[in-house]
Unconditional design. Structure first.
Length: 589
C-alpha cells in the first residue's frame, strides 16, 4: 500500500492515502526508499519520522508501507558487531557504500552468507513451547548462542537439522495442536517497542561487580537493577560507562552511543579488541554489541537506538545470560524526542520536552530486571540498565535528570570539581546513593561476614564527618581541631586517595575484585581504630600520622592479587607494631 507526501519538516514527513497503515509500521519514503516509522495517524494521514537525511524530499513523493512494525533481527552474528540506531551493520554498509553512508541503503542486520554450526539440543518427538532451546551455536569464543523457539509458538518437533547453516535456513519444524506446521530458522524478528515476555520477575539480590571500588563498596548496583550517571561536561560520564563495559561481571554488554561524540565510539572500537575479559581472557568485543548513533547521525534514529539496544539485551537475557545495557546518553535521546514532538506540534512540557518524557524513560528502565525465562528449562537471566545523563551546565534540576532520579534506584552523581582535581572515578560520595543496599546486604554478609557492611557504614560516616569538619577548617584552620577530629580528617583522606581513587591506566588498579576491595578498606579502618586507641593513651598525634605503614597502605592498591594477599598480613602487623612503638614513646616521655 502506498501514499503521497504532503509535508516535509526535517525528519518529519506527513503523507496521505495510508488509511490501512498502522502506528509503528515501517515505511519506505521517496525514490531513495528512506526508512521511516509511523508515529501517529489521523484518518488516512500519517506522521512519519524518517531515520535518514530528508533533504531533496518534497510533496508528491511516494511512501510505501511494509505492514510490519519497527523490528530487530535476532540470531547468531550480533556479537562483535557494530550497528547504527536502527540495526544496520556499519561494517557491512562500509563495504557497500564506502566511508560515507549512502541514503536508502538496505543491508540486513545479520549476515545472510555466513554459515554457523548448529548443534541440536531438542530431538524429533519433543514437545516444545516458546523459549525452549532448539539447539546451540558457538557464536564467539566467549558466548554460546542458544537458538530458541520464538514466544507464542509451541508444538511437537517433526524435524530438526544439524550441521552448518545460514541464519535464514529452516533448522526445525514444529507441528502444533491444530496440525499447523511452523518452520523455524535461527533468525527471529521482534518489535523493538514491545518488551519480550518472561515467566516471572524477581527482586534483584546479587551485586554486579564493576571493579570500581566507589561503586561496588559504597553505591552498589544489583544485576537486573537500574542506575543513572549524571554529570556536567568533562566530569567523566563516558569514562565511567567504558569502565563498566570493560570490567563488569556480566556475560554480555550492549553499549549504545546515543547522540555522543564520534571519537568516543572510536575509543571503544580501538580499545575493546585489545582488552581482555578478566574472567576468561578473551577479547572484550567477543561479548559486546555496539550501537553507534553519534551526534552527526540522523537525530530521529537516536530515539530508536535505545529500543534497539534493550531488545537485543532481552534476547540474550532469554538465553539465561546476565546482560548490561549502557546508554550514553539518555539526555541526547530525550533531545531527539523533544525535536520530534516540536515538529508534530504537540503541547510542550517543561523546558520544551514532551509531556510523556517521564513515561518513555520509565518504559526503557522498566525493561531491566531479573527474570525466569520462558521455556521448560529452569533459566534465569537479567538485564541491568545504566544510563548517562548530560544535564546542561550540570543542572540536576532539569527534566531529564529529575525524571530519571524518580525511576532508577542507583544514582552516581559525577562532580566536576573532583574531575578537575584528577580524582577518578569522579563520583561524589555525599550526593550519590544506592537503594539496593538492603537487598544486597545478605549476599555481602554471606561472602565476607558482617564486617563488609559494617566497614561500608563506618567509611561513609567518616566521609560525612570530614565534610562537616571542612567547614570548621575553612574558618579557623586545621590546628584548631582536636586530635580525634584531626584523625578523622586523615582517615577520610586515606579513604579518598588510597581506596576510592583509581587509575584506569594501571592494570592492577583499574579493576578490583570484591576480596581486594574489602581488605583495602579494612586496612584503612584498622589504622583508624588503632590510632584512636593510641590517642586515648596520650600517644603523639604527629607520630601516628608519620608511620611507614601508611605509605604501604597507599601503595597496596597497585599490587597484583598474589602480592596483595602476601603483603596484607605483613602490613597489618607492621602498622600495629609501629603504633605500639609510638604509644610506648609517649609513655616514656
Amino acid at each position: 500500500m502506498s501514499g503521497t507526501i504532503t509535508k516535509v519538516s526535517g525528519p518529519l514527513v506527513v503523507a496521505e492515502g495510508l488509511a490501512d497503515a498502522n502506528v509503528s509500521d515501517v515505511v519506505r519514503v521517496g525514490s531513495q526508499r528512506l526508512i521511516g516509522e509511523i508515529l501517529n495517524m489521523t484518518g488516512d494521514k500519517a506522521s512519519i519520522q524518517v531515520y535518514e537525511e530528508t533533504s531533496g524530499l518534497g510533496p508528491g513523493a511516494v511512501v510505501e508501507t511494509t505492514g510490519f512494525p519497527m523490528s530487530v533481527e535476532l540470531g547468531p552474528g550480533m556479537l562483535d558487531n557494530i550497528y547504527d540506531g536502527i540495526q544496520r551493520p556499519l561494517p557491512a554498509m562500509r563495504e557497500v557504500s564506502g566511508d560515507s553512508i549512502s541514503r536508502g541503503i538496505d543491508v540486513p542486520a545479520l549476515d545472510r552468507e555466513k554459515k554457523w554450526d548448529f548443534v541440536p539440543v531438542a530431538k524429533v518427538g519433543d514437545k516444545l513451547a516458546g523459549g525452549d532451546v532448539l539447539g546451540t551455536v558457538q557464536e564467539t569464543s566467549a558466548i554460546l548462542h542458544k537458538v530458541m523457539v520464538p514466544p507464542g509458538i509451541s508444538g511437537e518437533v517433526i524435524s530438526i537439522e544439524s550441521g552448518e547453516h545460514v541464519v535464514t535456513d529452516i533448522i526445525a519444524v514444529l507441528k502444533d495442536d491444530k496440525g499447523k506446521e511452523h518452520q523455524l530458522a535461527m533468525l527471529q524478528r521482534w518489535p523493538v517497542r514491545i518488551a519480550r515476555p518472561y515467566s516471572k520477575k524477581y527482586v534483584p539480590s546479587r551485586p554486579m561487580n564493576s571493579g570500581q571500588r566507589i561503586i561496588d563498596t559504597l553505591f552498589p548496583i544489583a544485576k537486573g537493577g537500574t542506575a543513572a550517571v549524571p554529570g556536567p561536561f568533562g566530569s567523566g560520564k563516558t569514562v565511567v560507562q567504558h569502565q563498566l563495559a570493560k570490567w563488569s561481571d556480566v556475560d554480555i554488554v550492549i553499549y549504545i552511543g546515543c547522540g555522543e561524540r564520534g571519537n568516543e565510539m572510536t575509543d571503544v572500537l580501538m580499545e575493546f579488541p585489545e582488552l581482555k575479559d578478566p574472567r576468561n581472557g578473551e577479547p572484550l568485543m567477543k561479548r559486546t554489541v555496539l550501537i553507534a548513533n553519534t551526534s552527526d547521525m540522523p537525530v530521529a534514529a537516536r530515539e530508536a537506538s535505545i529500543y534497539t539496544g534493550i531488545t537485543i539485551a532481552e534476547y540474550f537475557r532469554d538465553m539465561g545470560y546476565d546482560v548490561a545495557v549502557l546508554a550514553d546518553s539518555t539526555s541526547r535521546w530525550a533531545e531527539a524526542l523533544r525535536e520530534m514532538s516540536g515538529r508534530l506540534e504537540e503541547m510542550p512540557g517543561e523546558e520544551g520536552y514532551p509531556a510523556y518524557l517521564a513515561s518513555r524513560l520509565s518504559q526503557f528502565y522498566e525493561r531491566a530486571g531479573v527474570v525466569e525465562c520462558l521455556g521448560s528449562e529452569d533459566r534465569q537471566g537479567s538485564v541491568t540498565a545504566i544510563g548517562a545523563v548530560s544535564p546542561p551546565g550540570g543542572d540536576l534540576s532539569e527534566p531529564v535528570a529529575q525524571a530519571t532520579m524518580r525511576i532508577v534506584k542507583v544514582f552516581w552523581a559525577l562532580d566536576s570539581s573532583l574531575a578537575y582535581a584528577r580524582h577518578f572515578p569522579a563520583i561524589n560520595w555525599l550526593t550519590s546513593y544506592s537503594l539496593y543496599l538492603d537487598n544486597l546486604g545478605a549476599w555481602y554478609t554471606e561472602q565476607f561476614g558482617e564486617a563488609y557492611m559494617a566497614n561500608r557504614e563506618k567509611a561513609m560516616h567518616i566521609l560525612q564527618e570530614e565534610s562537616e569538619l571542612q567547614e570548621i577548617v575553612r574558618l579557623v584552620g586545621q590546628d584548631a581541631l582536636s586530635p580525634a577530629d584531626r584523625l578523622t580528617m586523615e582517615t577520610a583522606k586515606m579513604i579518598r586517595e588510597d581506596f576510592l581513587q583509581q587509575n584506569a591506566f594501571v592494570d592492577e588498579d583499574a579493576y578490583s575484585a570484591y576480596a581486594k576491595q574489602f581488605r583495602l578498606l579494612d586496612m584503612v579502618l584498622q589504622y583508624d581504630a588503632l590510632c584512636r586507641d593510641a590517642l586515648a593513651k596520650n600517644a603523639d598525634m604527629n607520630g601516628l600520622f608519620a608511620i611507614e605503614a601508611r605509605e604501604k597502605i597507599g601503595r597496596a592498591k597497585m599490587a597484583d592479587a598474589a602480592t596483595f594477599e602476601a603483603d596484607y598480613d605483613a602490613i597489618a602487623a607492621q602498622m600495629k607494631a609501629e603504633i605500639d612503638a609510638v604509644i610506648a614513646g609517649g609513655e616514656e616521655a
